[in-house]
Design a protein around this ligand. Sequence first.
Ligand code: UTP
Ligand code: MN
Length: 544
Amino acid sequence: MRSVTLRCCTEGVEEREVTAAAGLLNSAPGKERLLGGFWNKAMSFIPLKRRRAGPVSEEPLDSLQSLFPDVCLFLVERRMGSARRKFLTGLAQKKGFCVTPQFSDQVTHVVSEQNSCSEVLLWIERQSGQKVQPGGAEMTPHILDITWFTESMSLGKPVKVEPRHCLGVSDSSVSRDKATQEIPAYGCQRRTPLHHHNKEITDALEILALSASFQGSEARFLGFTRASSVLKSLPFRLQSVEEVKDLPWCGGHSQTVIQEILEDGVCREVETVKNSEHFQSMKALTSIFGVGIRTADKWYRDGVRSLSDLNNLGGKLTAEQKAGLLHYTDLQQSVTREEAGTVEQLIKGALQSFVPDVRVTMTGGFRRGKQEGHDVDFLITHPDEEALNGLLRKAVAWLDGKGSVLYYHVRARSQNFSGSNTMDGHETCYSIIALPNVCPEKPSPDAEKIEPDLDKNSLRNWKAVRVDLVVCPYSEYFYALLGWTGSKHFERELRRFSLHVKKMSLNSHGLFDIQKKCHHPATSEEEIFAHLGLPYVPPSERNA
Ligand code: UTP
Ligand code: MN
């Protein structure tokens, strides 16, 4: 019976389906709220017969049969969710690990995701009635973070438990020196949470990165962005500039900034940049929807300094820029998670009126756990490609007919996105939606000058919100999901790692091995990380 279970897991069909489903659930806390009834829809893609069959044994693999008789895993379902736990159980069993569904004295390695040590101990006590004494790195049971699991799966054998794998090991017992020496160079090799310990420093470095991009210096932009990203992944607050000496990308110029902030609380160069006319004008101009750095720079050289100066440009503005200016005040306000949920209902309603079982996933910053964003991003797909033909235009026209669309522009799907092309070419709609029942804040004086219909708008009961809709073929769904979840720096690093380290070309359509000249299909995000030989990074830790 047990060998049958194992064989099922390696046959691939069932595993692939569960993997696909599990990939949808990796968005960490709040995912149910984020995805709404999406899970049910995702499950509806899985044929009933196979769903019932289930790929994973709920019985523990007998430790005598396991390849590693000294290791018995217990996966903590709390925050991980049952589908993902089932997927990870299958993965471990396939690699020959013993995984037990119940906690017992046999358990040597307790693995959990996004819980503290005390949360895990309490959860186990409530589930099994057993009080557990954590053994740290030296003794069992080890109470471990998922990093130990992913590293072990990558290697195909249990890796040695180190203090950094153990939950509840405080900063002081882990050598800070050692921690800094172990930070990898690529952002996609690191876990970067939304909230971290060095915000004053990363904010300062990001001002310098932005300023460099305004001056057209890609190299300086990347230098400061990479330094900032490394510090975001540090598990402790920096106390001295000495601590960054072994960190990747934290060289000369960044070190000066770090030192000044640590010693004086501010960095003079950053303050000078923030107060400069060029920086302030470029920041204001590039914050208009439809205005990139090149346009803003040209305007600046033509004498434009503020939004009101744009009135003189009149007819030279594109339709997108005019819409951006008209709704400037609203678009400057962040979109809250609650508002994003309302947008999701609106978008799903429009799409489902044409294709009831269309799959709609919120991506971008909200999928990474952000509580607010500058827009709301959605990925749309369906197993039947025919169902997707013309769907985006029909759905947007449907919303437009209801008065919910303030601006939209559909970019058609580009052809030839196979091979080593690094660009993305999915059909995409860039839009501004009128979100109902929200009271807008009082418009700024600048906006009064540029919003001719302001009087009419001041009584309105809607707020303008930027929404991006992306349609992808079902076969490319997990690549598009990975590509549109961000962060932008995480994506940049993933593609750079793929190309330079793995000689593979990654985009939102797929992964192409340049040397072997072949594509790697994927049915989950985990599988893409595995193709790249990277430990899996959940969306909530991609805030690089
Ligand atoms: P956003 O610019 O919306 O960023 O792009 P965000 O992370 O959601 O943060 P907010 O909206 O400022 O709060 C989301 C992701 O989509 C990809 C990028 O990788 C980015 O990380 N993207 C965006 C593209 O692939 N192409 C685009 O044209 C835009
Ligand atoms: Mn976004």
